[in-house]
Design a protein around this ligand. Structure first.
Ligand SMILES: Nc1ncnc2c1ncn2[C@@H]1O[C@H](COP(=O)(O)OP(=O)(O)O)[C@@H](O)[C@H]1O
Ligand SMILES: [Mg+2]
Length: 417
């Protein structure tokens, strides 16, 4: 009998967002893809609409963003800019990233060069900018105009108005950006801004950022595609409620957990990339894939991680059996659970630890057992938010809702209590 390690060239279960040329590996996302295709098409005809992709960690949001970016590139007149958000991002950094990506699409490398000038602020000179534009193939007079436009963007971004964040300053920058396009000879049908980890733009410190973004995205040709946690809209609502109006209900795409058949398909597709011998899901057994599905609770990232660990544990055996998947699962879930737990705030941890200590509870029971007293309504709201984010699950029992910890979190916190 050949060993597992002899059946495959390498371990194909690497956990990175799928790139556009791997998109055939995406399972169970037909509906989202269809909708997004339609939206990209509409954008390319000059009818951009804003879209949100909602899903818990590991559900495939970044992979889907990559897919949309690739689709958009196939349409003339649709430009994309990818903005990586962290807790500290402000509007100027966002504008900087947008300008960089947009310029890079018109002329390779131009955007990155330009961004280098951003940190000089007002000290950046027209001459310097003009010099950096020397490689761009446009007429001399246009190049001068372009340098002028870029110069204004830089000076605006370091201006007092901008620091105060007046709407006028924001609009001014947007207007200039549009001119930049016109000067480069390509008037955009849509400028699609892809924003990953959108929950970071929703904190009390980011009211101004959200207000600016709302102004920006109320205007054609700007289009926002934001990916974030399932409770993204309630987070936005707490900071700047009108922001949510940008997104029509049919454009709020929710990434649902994978079913057994999808997990099976995911495993089969990945294995087919590196297979030396065998077929289908081999060296996994049918029962092993079933175990994988249950342990991962339909989360693609967990599927990939557990499958990888299982392959390794079984490398000297003849097949990957359910017991091995179980062992791999316990190990991975604990790691993922710790990651998740570490991201929680103190009061959220208290809820989780209480659930770990007492087992499944109704919201009222949980409230009664909390070490520090809080309002029942506050506890109820926090529990629902945790459910939205995939930390707990709420299952109806009669009129009440019972809270359970999700598997990964439980695997980690049960040792803490
Ligand atoms: N629908 C899917 N089909 C197959 N693999 C997926 C799917 N969604 C995500 N993955 C895989 O799961 C992992 C997590 O995906 P990612 O896009 O990074 O999720 P997120 O951004 O939501 O955390 C990656 O390894 C990716 O390749
Ligand atoms: Mg991601």
């Amino acid at each position: 009998m050949p060993k597992v390690s002899e059946l495959l060239e390498v371990d194909p279960f690497n956990d990175v967002p799928l790139s556009p040329n791997e998109i055939h590996l995406l399972v169970n996302r037909e509906e989202a893809k269809e909708r997004l295709d339609a939206l990209v098409r509409a954008a390319s005809k000059g009818f951009p609409q804003h879209v949100a992709i909602l899903g818990e960690d590991g559900s495939g949001k970044t992979s889907i963003l990559n897919y949309v970016a690739a689709k958009a590139r196939l349409h003339e007149g649709v430009y994309t800019a990818q903005v990586d958000i962290t807790e500290g991002t402000d509007f100027i950094q966002m504008i900087g990233a947008i300008v960089r990506d947009l310029l890079n699409q018109v002329h390779v490398g131009l955007g990155s060069t330009f961004l280098g000038l951003f940190r000089f602020g007002r000290e950046a000179t027209r001459k310097e900018i003009l010099q950096r534009l020397s490689g761009v193939e446009i007429s001399r007079s246009r190049r001068v105009q372009l340098a002028e436009a870029l110069f204004s963007i830089i000076s605006y971004s370091s201006s007092v108005e901008m620091k105060k964040g007046t709407p006028e300053a924001v609009m001014e920058i947007m207007e200039i950006l549009r001119q930049v396009y016109d000067l480069l000879g390509s008037s955009p049908m849509a400028i699609m801004i892809l924003l990953d980890e959108g929950q970071y733009v929703a904190s009390s410190r980011t009211v101004a950022l959200l207000q600016h973004m709302r102004l920006l995205f109320q205007r054609k040709p700007y289009m926002l595609l934001v990916a974030g946690s399932p409770n993204l809209f309630s987070l936005f609502a707490q900071v700047e409620p009108s922001f949510n109006n940008l997104f029509a209900e049919q454009n709020r795409l929710r990434l649902t957990p994978l079913g057994f058949v999808h997990v099976r398909e995911l495993v089969e597709k990945r294995l087919s990339l590196v297979r030396i011998r065998g077929l289908g899901i081999e060296p996994f057994t049918e029962e092993a894939v079933d175990r994988l599905y249950r342990l991962a609770e339909g989360n693609p990232r967990y599927v990939v991680r557990i499958a990888s660990a299982a392959l390794y544990l079984a490398r000297n055996r003849s097949a990957v059996a359910p017991e091995v998947v179980e062992a791999a699962g316990q190990q991975i879930l604990k790691e993922m659970g710790r990651d998740r737990f570490d991201r929680l705030k103190e009061d959220e941890r208290e809820l989780i630890l209480t659930l770990a200590r007492y087992g499944p509870l109704s919201i009222t029971e949980l409230w009664e057992r909390l070490p520090r007293k809080q309002d029942l309504s506050t506890v109820s709201r926090k529990v629902r938010a945790l459910a939205d984010r995939g930390y707990v699950e709420l299952t109806p029992r009669g009129k009440r809702k019972i809270c359970h910890l999700r598997r990964a979190l439980y695997a980690y916190v049960r040792d803490l209590v």
